[in-house]
Design a protein around this ligand. Structure first.
Ligand code: TYM
Length: 354
């Protein structure tokens, strides 16, 4: 049987990059799961605090993320949906793994370097004062916590966007290194090496800077569409999306990143519009950019309006019965914790701590 695990940070309502790159895949795996498969989807608040968070904001964002997951069709009867910080084994296994994680390897990870806004060739272990002040231990060891998340459950499959591929590679290396040291025999590994599942839309780009990925942390809110945006907001954001002054429509991610991103978004939101983003470009080759944008906005609206409506319904329910979302997540955490403790016990036994 499969064990599927994935996580998302509670940093507000998810955007189309999260949706196309990960969440839609989460739902597909849930809908196609066999009865004995296990699915776990976590709101990774311990990861979120690697950068400064305001407590009341974080509380609100956890709630919004939970409501977003339910609105997407993720179902607590079929998947274990929980907040990471409610399952103490994540932090516990992280410590154990960190005793075997190489600083050199971690210093080559790109995600946290981008969070520090360091140039990609900067050495994070550089002891200059500016660097030392900015650098937090938790941010540095972020990938070890992510490896713990995954390895705690014997995960076989991890659906993520492309930006997480490096962390998954790291996770496999940590698992193999750990097994090498502590597994009783190579045929009985303690930790399962997981497979990465990249969705077809693995890298959705920003609407305002289409050479960068769409991200929650970009300062310009027009750079991303949230899955709860109204029709008017969607139309406005697509209208102001950066394109180019070439006539007609064509697909080329290098020379026409803005137009290609719009074609990608339209195609992946509704694959019935064409057989590929390139084919969609051929079909629309004589159309104006303005008309393309109208079509893109309409396609987005049609495929996510159900999510927006369901989100509103879930939030209304929460307003009527305060704590309903928290209670659901607590049940998820109890189930997750039971599963996680099995791995922690095995690991401790193998290491001589039980
Ligand atoms: P996070 O919260 O940044 O993003 C959640 C998921 O959305 C994907 N994603 C994208 N996909 C395509 N295009 C984009 N522009 C885009 N932006 C985001 C991400 O790849 C991710 O799948 N470290 C993780 C969270 C995490 C995790 C885990 C994931 C913690 N533990 C264990 C998997 C397994 C993160 O920050 O994702």
């Amino acid at each position: 049987p499969k064990v599927v695990f994935s996580g998302i940070q509670p940093t507000g309502v998810p955007h189309l990059g999260n949706y196309l790159g990960a969440l839609r895949q989460w739902r597909k795996l849930q809908d196609e799961a066999a009865p004995d498969d296990t699915l776990l989807y976590s709101i990774v608040d311990l990861h979120a605090i690697t950068i400064k968070q305001d407590p009341s904001q974080l509380r609100q964002w956890r709630k919004e993320m939970l409501a977003s997951l339910y609105a997407m069709g993720l179902n607590p009867d079929r998947a274990v949906i929980f907040c990471q910080s409610a399952v103490p084994q994540h932090a516990e296994l992280m410590w154990i793994l960190s005793c075997n994680a190489s600083m050199g390897y971690l210093s080559r990870m790109t995600q946290w370097k981008s969070k520090l806004a360091l140039p990609s060739n900067a050495n994070p272990l550089d002891p200059s004062p500016a660097n030392k002040a900015a650098l937090k231990l938790g941010l540095f060891s972020y990938p070890v916590l992510q490896a713990a998340d995954i390895l705690l459950y014997g995960t076989t499959h991890v659906p993520v966007g492309e930006d997480q591929a490096q962390h998954l590679e790291f996770t496999r290396d940590i698992a193999n290194g750990f097994n090498h040291l502590f597994a009783p025999s190579p045929s009985a590994p303690l930790l399962v090496s997981p497979q990465t599942i990249l969705s077809p839309a693995k890298r959705v780009m920003s609407l305002t800077e289409p050479t960068k990925k769409m991200s929650k942390s970009a300062p310009d809110p027009r750079s991303r569409i949230l899955i709860t945006d109204s029709k008017e907001e969607i139309t406005k954001k697509i209208k102001t999306a950066l394109t180019d002054s070439t006539r007609g429509i064509s697909y080329d991610r290098e020379s026409r990143p803005g137009v290609s991103n719009l074609l990608d978004i339209m195609y992946y939101m509704d694959e019935s519009v064409a057989s590929s983003p390139e084919a969609l470009a051929v079909e629309m080759k004589d159309v104006s950019l303005k008309a393309l944008k109208e079509k893109v906005a309409e396609t987005i609206e049609n495929s996510i309006k159900d999510v927006r409506e369901k989100y509103e319904a879930v939030m209304n329910e929460e307003d009527k019965h305060d704590g309903y979302l928290a209670k659901e997540a607590e049940e998820g955490a109890t189930r997750a914790s039971k599963l996680a403790s099995l791995t922690v016990i095995k690991v401790k036994e193998a290491m001589g701590m039980i």
